[in-house]
Write a protein that binds this ligand. Structure first.
Ligand SMILES: NC(=O)c1ccc[n+]([C@@H]2O[C@H](COP(=O)([O-])OP(=O)(O)OC[C@H]3O[C@@H](n4cnc5c(N)ncnc54)[C@H](O)[C@@H]3O)[C@@H](O)[C@H]2O)c1
Length: 269
């Protein structure tokens, strides 16, 4: 997600600093951006020169100190409250006071993350969809203290990336994953209970509901670890058993079968 966000920002003309815990992960992100842009070059939607210019605008940042001068930060690390809070706290100490911090979290409370930063008025949820360069929506989530100015700047930024921004208030899973993830979890329960095969469930939802991908294929695409993390946030946040993650989802994550990114999930890649 981080490399996708860097790609759309650089393509809109902005200078981007891309960072991760290891330099090799930044390199991996840059090569994903390069392959994604190359597909556009091959299809005649982008010139090779424009591709080079976009890539040149993304600077690998070896440490958080490189973020001292940025105007806007989008955090897209692992879907884990502690990992995000610790990182955001560190980033807030480095960036300028008026820099806006945004999180691409899929489900974690924006109000809670904001409190880690000491600048809750300049903190917001900016939830891109996967794959970022293709999907039109950015769900923008206001925390309890997010200022109108922060919201307006973030909305304008999303629109400058060619996206459509939709505003929601802070609640577990926001709107997108509050609606999507229970459907995916229910599809996993259907596999778990032997109601139908993985392929049959996906075919029913594709042909019957006109979904471009079946829920199990989509779960593999999102990452089963991310799906489990989101179900846990919904379950804890609403304290309602209807959001309990399916035992089969937990088992796959324990086995390291995380979907497309590990080569195995409900399908093999
Ligand atoms: N996968 C999706 O479909 C999807 C869609 C929308 C939003 N999201 C959200 O985006 C975020 C990232 O998801 P992803 O699927 O890209 O996960 P991922 O596991 O593929 O990538 C996370 C990246 O964060 C890096 N990272 C972890 N801790 C870090 C730290 N302290 N400092 C710097 N980098 C760190 C990891 O090395 C890794 O490169 C999550 O919050 C997720 O919920 C995911």
């Amino acid at each position: 997600m981080g490399s996708g966000i860097a790609q759309v920002a650089a393509r809109s003309g902005l200078m981007v600093a891309l960072t991760d815990i290891k330099e090799e992960f930044v390199e991996r992100g840059l090569s994903q951006v390069s392959s994604s842009l190359q597909r556009d070059v091959d299809k005649g939607r982008l010139t090779a020169e424009a591709k080079r210019e976009i890539l040149a605008r993304i600077k690998p940042a070896a440490s958080l100190d490189s973020l001292a001068d940025v105007d806007f930060v989008v955090e897209a690390v692992t879907e884990d409250l502690k990992a995000k809070s610790d990182l955001l706290k560190a980033v807030a100490r480095i960036v300028r006071p008026n820099t806006i911090l945004a999180s691409n979290t899929s489900s974690i409370s924006i109000t809670t993350l904001a409190s880690a930063t000491g600048r809750p008025d300049r903190f917001i949820g900016m939830h891109f969809m996967n794959p970022v360069p293709v999907m039109k929506l950015v769900e923008i989530i206001r925390g309890a203290a997010t200022s109108d100015q922060t919201y307006e700047t973030t909305r304008a930024l999303a629109e400058s990336f060619g996206k459509t921004a939709v505003e929601v208030n802070d609640a577990p899973g926001f709107v997108s994953n509050r609606v999507l993830m229970p459907m995916i979890n229910e599809a996993i329960f259907a596999v778990y209970e032997g109601v139908a095969s993985v392929k049959a469930i996906d075919e029913i939802m594709k042909l019957g509901m006109n979904h471009p991908m079946g829920p199990l294929q989509l779960a593999d695409f999102i990452g089963l670890d991310v799906c489990l993390a989101i179900m846990n946030v919904l379950h804890d946040g609403f304290n309602d058993s209807k959001y309990r993650p399916c035992p089969l989802l937990k088992k796959y994550v324990s086995a390291g079968w995380l979907g497309r990114k590990t080569g195995k999930g409900f399908y093999e890649y």
